[in-house]
Ligand binder design. Structure first.
Ligand code: NAI
Length: 411
């Protein structure tokens, strides 16, 4: 590791990774010089969690550990939280921000996994594999080319050309599919894909429609009864986005009457919360319907990528102060602070704090080379690159400035 120093040396920054976070995350910390890493297979609860956070500077969790205001209160030394998953609502985000603790996550590390599944499902749907497989399991030999098609030369319509939709677009073209897409914001088109101005135009022109939109007011119920009637007769639908985007009762009807040729659905309006809860859907039992239990992004590669990405964000925050990938904190993109000292100050977003910091540095004749400020709600975050500063001398008065939440020096 570079001989840059943090307010607290790396080997004294205790990292606790819960819930079986991938080993890649631990490696990323150790490679960066953080040697005090504990990785546990399960979530912690109650007093065990309170005791653990009290002794931890950086905590990594997945979806089962609840970091409530009470837990954050116990985590006096906590300075960063990593959610090694997509969702972050298991953390009291605003309370964490008020305590100067940024929360990071990995919204896109499983993009490729979803895209690959979508391509696989497209092949399966066009070849009527779900029905043929079920019959073969039952001892029925349904060898026929009727209703089976190649992907090559067909048109795939992608709704939502974001991280996943654009990856699907690239993979699809390698299969010889023509790709059209519809997005509500202008996008950089990849390969030979064509944007179309309306969803209806996309539905009318696609042999397969694949949904890749987030859940918002504009996408809830996007694929309702009337929309299925705008699709080509016998076209296929794939939903690996969010369950609420499709009216599954209407879809079940259109599948049963043959208006829609088949569907592959990975996400549902009502999903079981645990493996003990039964899964019930109107789509069950319909031929040429592939149902998967929200596994689009669930691969070992995605878990590894999440481990690497979130650990990388936590190390970057600890080493340089960068917060660009945080969900609850003022976002600052910061290069490593080679050859300069760096003062990081998190404070209540109110008048007077910045001038107090600048006065403090000026009084000590510290030359400021760069100053980066961002605010978010009640919290302000300022990072100052300076020629040279005596960390031990400057930290007590910095922390004494009215409104200070947290201060660190990297040198
Ligand atoms: P993204 O945010 O990168 O892309 C979403 C795109 O949809 C954006 O380009 C946005 O402008 C567009 N969009 C929003 N509203 C629209 C509308 N009404 N019509 C057309 N386009 C619209 O998101 P990303 O990462 O590509 O994820 C897409 C979806 O996939 C999300 O719902 C996410 O929750 C889901 N997902 C599902 C997984 C699974 O396991 N099945 C795993 C990962 C993500």
């Amino acid at each position: 590791m570079p001989d840059q120093r943090l307010t607290r040396p790396r080997d004294q920054i205790r990292v606790l990774l819960l819930e079986g976070i991938h080993e890649r995350a631990e490696r990323a910390f150790r490679d960066a010089g953080y040697s005090s890493v504990t990785r546990l297979p399960d979530a912690l609860r109650g007093q065990d969690l309170l005791d653990a956070v009290a002794e931890t500077e950086i905590i990594g969790i997945r979806s089962r550990t609840q970091l409530t205001p009470e837990v954050l209160e116990a985590g006096e030394r906590l300075f960063a939280i990593g959610c090694f998953c997509i969702g972050t609502n298991q953390v009291a985000l605003e309370e964490a921000a008020r305590r100067g603790v940024p929360v990071f996550h990995a919204p896109h590390s499983n993009t490729r996994s979803v895209a690959e599944l979508v391509i696989g499902l497209s092949v399966m749907l066009m070849r009527d594999v779900a029905r043929k497989s079920r019959l073969a399991h039952d001892g029925i030999w349904r060898k026929s080319a009727v209703g089976s098609h190649e992907l090559r030369g067909k048109t795939l319509g992608i709704v939502g050309y974001g991280h996943i939709g654009s990856q699907v677009s690239i993979l699809a073209e390698a299969f010889g599919l023509n790709v059209i897409y519809h997005d509500i914001v202008p996008k950089l088109t990849l390969g030979n894909a064509h944007p179309v101005p309306s969803l209806d135009e996309l539905l009318a022109g696609s042999d397969i429609v694949s949904l890749h939109v987030p859940e918002t007011d504009s996408t809830r119920g996007l694929m309702a009864a009337a929309r299925f009637d705008r699709m080509k007769p016998g076209a296929y639908l794939i939903n690996a986005s969010r369950g609420s985007v499709v009216d599954v009762d209407a879809l079940a009807e259109r599948l049963k009457d043959g208006r829609i040729g088949g569907a592959a659905v990975d996400v549902f309006p009502k999903e079981p919360k645990s493996k003990d809860e039964p899964f019930v859907s109107p789509l069950q039992g319909i031929p040429n319907v592939i149902l998967t239990p929200h596994v689009g992004g669930s691969t070992e590669e995605a878990q590894e990528a999440i481990g690497k990405d979130v650990a990388g964000q936590l190390v970057a925050y600890s080493d340089s102060g960068a917060t660009t990938a945080s969900v609850n904190f003022p976002q600052l993109a910061l290069a490593p602070h080679d050859d300069v000292h760096r003062v990081l100050h998190t404070h209540r977003n109110r008048p007077g704090v910045l001038s107090a910091i600048n006065d403090l540095l000026a009084d000590r004749n510290v030359n400021i080379l760069g100053q980066h400020l961002q605010t978010r709600g009640e919290v302000g975050y300022v990072v100052l690159d300076v020629d040279e500063v005596d960390a031990e001398e400057i930290l007590p008065p910095l922390r004494a400035i009215d409104g200070t939440i947290r201060a660190r020096v990297l040198y």
